[in-house]
Write a protein that binds this ligand. Structure first.
Ligand code: PGA
Length: 254
């Protein structure tokens, strides 16, 4: 049985004190909720807040991920963070290729692929984001866009490694807009993604892979989205900054 993973992407919000408060509240919820083992929770705060969050979630099953990393082991890359640094802090996950990284920082599928290979080599569990823009959806090229992103971002990854990769389908038009994909639109895209993954590896590998939905997931739409057969939890932005809303989204994954 596949896991269902709910990850909170805090983007560039909060400070150390607010991060401690929010992570503490999520930890308290996860402790009392007695989640089944197939439901995972991950918090992805901004890099300077990782240590505080890792401290707050200790002794829980909550994973902690960075929102980005560099592909190199180390070097003259001012402002960047390596996988080794994240691991030494106690991070378990890393988001790669988020649409905001692709849009504002010009990250290509090739760049994402380099980071993914490094994350897997080093032992961080990657959450790789893909998704079409509104223009691409309206011109009917959603599937070819997703297929190119998958094939290029996941190039050179073995079937065994693929099983550890979490994918996040995040239609760009649904991110931070309040406009969520309908459960049917999400399911259609997820089933397509899983079929491409099967073609890239094999159907058993594809069936084991976690594919999250992201884009305006809220407390009141999470259950319906997560109930779709190929939707394995969510990558949650805005609603992950509210402890009560995020707790309700975690509960929707049960
Ligand atoms: P949102 O963001 O939930 O605020 O739409 C999702 C994301 O960007 O991962």
């Amino acid at each position: 049985m596949r896991s269902t993973i709910v990850a909170g992407n805090w983007k560039m919000h909060l400070d150390v004190a607010a991060a401690r408060t929010l992570a503490g509240a999520v930890s308290a919820h996860v402790r009392s909720a007695a989640l089944p083992p197939q439901v995972g929770v991950v918090l992805c705060p901004p890099a300077p807040l990782l240590a505080a969050v890792i401290d707050e979630v200790r002794d829980t099953s909550i994973g902690v991920g960075a929102q980005n990393m560099h592909a190199a082991d180390s070097g003259a890359y001012t402002g960047e963070t390596s996988a080794g640094m994240l691991l030494s802090l106690g991070c378990t996950h890393v988001i790669l290729g988020h649409s905001e990284r692709r849009q504002y920082f010009h990250e290509s599928d090739q760049l994402v692929n380099g980071k993914l290979l490094q994350a897997l080599r080093q032992g961080l569990r990657p959450i790789v984001c893909i998704g079409e823009t509104l223009e691409q959806r309206e011109t009917g090229i959603t599937q070819p866009v997703l297929e190119i992103q998958l094939r290029e971002s996941l190039a050179g990854i073995s079937a065994e490694e693929l099983r550890g990769v979490i994918l996040a389908y995040e239609p760009v038009w649904a991110i931070g807009t309040g406009r969520t994909a309908t459960p049917e639109q999400a399911q259609e895209a997820h089933a397509f993604i899983r079929s491409v993954l099967a073609d890239m590896s094999d159907s058993d590998t594809a069936a084991h892979m976690v594919i999250q939905y992201g884009g305006s997931v809220k407390a009141d739409n999470a259950a319906e989205l997560f109930a779709q057969p190929d939707v394995d939890g969510g990558l949650v932005g805005g609603a992950s900054l509210d402890a009560t809303a995020f707790a309700a989204i975690i509960d929707a994954a049960r």
